[in-house]
Design a protein around this ligand. Structure first.
Ligand SMILES: [Zn+2]
Length: 117
């Protein structure tokens, strides 16, 4: 099994839809830190699982300096953002999304290696 990890940052705003009173329902911003982990039993024709620069560019183009509520069709919690990123990237196994140093959400794709046996 080959494993690659890529960490990058993006800046974006969001406001959360919550069932309780919270300052997070007001529009506010974060400098998000994202770590993407991809796994594959086979390498591609270039000897890679996935190109690091493609991962970063694809996500940055979609999310950086955006209002996440406008560009994503989800309630943009860190958990939902992690799942959305994982679904955007080939061979993605795990995504960690940090809103700040003390707040991180992760999503693990349990189906990541289906069909690669
Ligand atoms: Zn927030």
């Amino acid at each position: 099994m080959y494993i690659v990890k890529k960490t990058f940052e993006f800046s974006a705003a969001h406001q959360l839809e919550l069932s309780y009173q919270s300052a997070c329902t007001n529009l506010h911003g974060h400098n998000w830190t994202v770590t993407v982990e991809c796994r594959s039993k086979k390498l591609d024709q270039n000897g890679m699982v996935v190109d690091f620069s493609h991962i970063k560019r694809h996500i940055i183009e979609r999310l950086d300096h955006k209002v996440l509520n406008h560009v994503l069709d989800i309630n943009p919690t860190a958990e939902n953002i992690a799942r959305w990123i994982c679904n955007e990237i080939p061979h993605c196994y795990r995504v960690d999304v940090e809103e700040s140093q003390d707040n991180m959400a992760s999503y693990i794709n349990d189906d990541y290696d289906r069909g690669e046996e």
